[in-house]
Design a binder for this molecule. Structure first.
Ligand code: GDP
Ligand code: MG
Length: 219
């Protein structure tokens, strides 16, 4: 693996999308830091983490974006235009800060604002996406077509998409068959893998596949 001071040949932005609680942040924690936590906090705003890997002798920095910003479907906030969300850029973490006056009682209202403000910035420049559902939550799979529609509406035409059925360690609670997901992925021309962020199964493989495919298209 390339070290921090090494030269980077490519930076590829990849976004994580899917319903809340499917395991997006833990998939990212596993990939970026080889960590996993069972009491994962809900993601606030947007952040990205990076990891540099070598693909065909080139140093490729993967910039993986994670959010909770687009997960809520609520009433549209009519006043979102009046808010400007300040951005704070630290070395490798990108946070969308909450407006000062925001309190938890405004969460739903704010989520709509955030949804509006962040969606296009989130997808801008993304060359890859992990479209994640939870194999134990049928609804999270049923929502995949909507996520795909949003992704295709906002992202690069050539975006490389991997459908990811996470929590494969919970086989006894499975609610989505591998065959159904595979069939959907084939129909929509997506890569497909089942992962477990908890057991570190296929997480590396999922990112490697997407990044290698992006590399083939863009190098
Ligand atoms: P997000 O809202 O999509 O970012 O979901 P999180 O990453 O916050 O995960 C939601 C919950 O699912 C947390 O309690 C995680 O610990 C748990 N979780 C995430 N990945 C896995 C997994 O592969 N297996 C199991 N059993 N639990 C997981
Ligand atoms: Mg999260």
């Amino acid at each position: 693996m390339a070290g921090a001071g090494d030269k980077v040949d490519y930076v590829f932005k990849v976004v994580l999308i899917g319903d809340s609680a499917v395991g997006k942040s833990q998939i990212l924690a596993r990939f970026a830091r080889n960590e996993f936590s069972l009491d994962s906090k809900a993601t606030i705003g947007v952040e990205f983490q990076t990891r540099t890997l070598v693909i065909e002798h080139k140093s490729v920095k993967a910039q993986i974006w994670d959010t909770a910003g687009q997960e809520r479907q609520g009433e549209k906030c009519s006043q979102w235009r009046h808010h400007t969300i300040p951005y704070h850029l630290s070395s490798e973490t990108y946070h969308v800060l909450l407006p000062n006056k925001l309190t938890t009682s405004h969460a739903c209202y704010f989520n709509n604002c955030r949804y509006r403000a962040v969606t296009s910035a989130y997808y801008r420049g993304a060359l890859g996406a992990l479209l994640v559902y939870d194999i134990t939550k049928r609804q999270s799979f049923d929502h995949i077509p909507r996520w795909l529609e949003e992704l295709r509406g906002h992202a690069d035409k050539n975006i490389v998409i991997m459908l990811v059925g996470n929590k494969s360690d919970l086989e006894e609670e499975r609610a989505v068959s591998t065959e159904d997901a595979k069939e959907f992925a084939e129909k929509e021309n997506l890569f497909f893998l089942e992962t477990s962020a908890m057991q570190a199964t296929n997480v590396e493989n999922a990112f490697q596949t997407v990044l290698t495919e992006i590399f083939k298209i863009h190098s």
